[in-house]
Design a protein around this ligand. Structure first.
Ligand code: PMP
Length: 375
């Protein structure tokens, strides 16, 4: 029977307790949210939702075509200028998602005969970029500049190293200056995914590459998502103008995809302007994360020290992680639950995200619920 093998996979998943299901979120949910990536609490900010509404009224519900045909509005160009300026890069290109931006950056910068060095902890979208690229990928040990150096050794021709700046599962930061030094010794480019750094790290939220002194470098390309700290949807690649021009001409997820919806562009632009005006929001997200971490570890829980806004708490097993998250939910707290196969190391965890707008009382309640429901 066609698709019969799917049932076998489903049965294996069910027996391992690894079935995933969608749970539609109600608009007026009373849950305390430590699961979303809305790090700055901007997704429902009136200026951001008004930015989306205004853009939809002016430009329509969709962008009407691919970016090279009708899908580039003046609003797209404005966002690209302001995003590049904010993060310290020469130019930017907006994509329909961060996922598409990562596929674009890796595939377009790793031609046939090139070498790609990919950190072992990278996000799935970078991994998929490596799989789609014509170059050959070597996976380097996690956050290890020497491993990057060794993987680049002896290669002649184009080369890039690719890494998250803040790893999405454990929230640990990559050694960016070490990576840059390793790449420069070999004349290789560096592609950094700053999905979890933008809006949280760097002066006023300008991102991890800015904080590391790499913004604007001619050998560094950065990808971001508009869907986390900017409370919108979409993604972008930032870098030297010649790289951005290359992407316009060569990146398939740019050329063959419909342009980002105007509402998402408008929301991101409003969020970016708000962040410029209120730079303290970025530092606050980090403070909340550190406070969450220290309070959780004080109760004896094992949590990874956060470098940005993600706090990862170890769970004894996948089943217990699932039950723990469900018990938190029943007690009014929404937390993320990461388990195999989303985590390659087999270690299950609760994934908490700090939001700049969490109050002291909310942090206290979250820590109490997590402690009381622990396996
Ligand atoms: N990179 C990282 C590190 C991410 O965590 C995510 C989002 N889960 C993405 C890229 C993809 O971004 P988007 O959701 O905008 O497609």
């Amino acid at each position: 029977m066609a698709f019969g093998w799917i049932d076998e996979q489903a049965e294996l998943r069910r027996r391992a307790g690894l079935v995933r299901a969608l749970r539609p979120r109600a608009a007026d949910t009373p849950l305390l949210d430590l699961a979303s990536n809305d790090y700055l609490g901007l997704a429902r900010h009136p200026e951001v939702t008004e930015g989306a509404a205004r853009a939809a009224r002016t430009w329509g519900g969709g962008s009407t075509g691919s970016r090279l045909v009708t899908g580039t509005t003046e609003l797209h160009a404005e966002l690209e200028r302001e995003l590049a300026g904010f993060c310290g890069f020469e130019a930017a290109l907006v994509f329909s998602s961060g996922y598409a931006a990562n596929l674009a950056a890796v595939t377009a910068l790793a031609p046939h005969g090139s070498r790609i060095v990919s950190d072992a902890g990278n996000h799935a979208s970078l991994i998929d970029g490596c799989r789609l690229a014509r170059g050959t990928t070597r996976v380097a040990a996690h956050s290890d500049p020497d491993a990057v150096r060794k993987a680049l050794d002896g290669h002649h021709g184009p080369a890039v190293a690719v890494s998250d700046t803040v790893f999405s599962v454990d929230g640990d930061a990559a050694p960016l200056t070490g990576f840059a030094a390793a790449c420069r010794e070999h004349g290789a480019g560096l592609v950094l995914d700053d999905a979890h750094g933008l809006g949280v790290l760097g002066d006023g939220g300008r991102g991890a590459p800015y904080a590391a002194g790499l913004a604007g470098a001619d050998d560094v390309v950065v990808t971001v998502t508009l869907s986390k700290s900017l409370g919108s949807q979409g993604g972008a690649v930032l870098g030297p103008a010649r790289v951005i021009e290359h992407l316009v001409n060569a990146a398939r997820t740019f050329i063959f995809d419909t342009g980002l919806a105007p509402a998402a562009v408008g929301a991101a632009l409003s969020a970016l302007r708000l962040l410029r005006r209120e730079p303290g929001r970025a530092a606050r997200a980090g403070e909340v994360a550190r406070e969450l971490h220290s309070r959780l570890t004080a109760t004896g829980l094992e949590a990874v020290r956060p470098d940005a806004a993600v706090v990862s708490v170890r769970a004894p097993s996948p089943e217990q992680a699932v039950r723990w998250a469900a018990d938190c939910r029943a007690a009014g707290l929404s937390v993320g639950c990461f388990r195999p196969p989303s985590v390659p190391d087999g270690v299950s965890r609760l994934r908490l995200t700090a939001r700049a707008d969490l109050s002291g009382a909310e942090i206290e309640r979250a820590v109490r619920v997590i402690g009381e429901t622990r396996p």
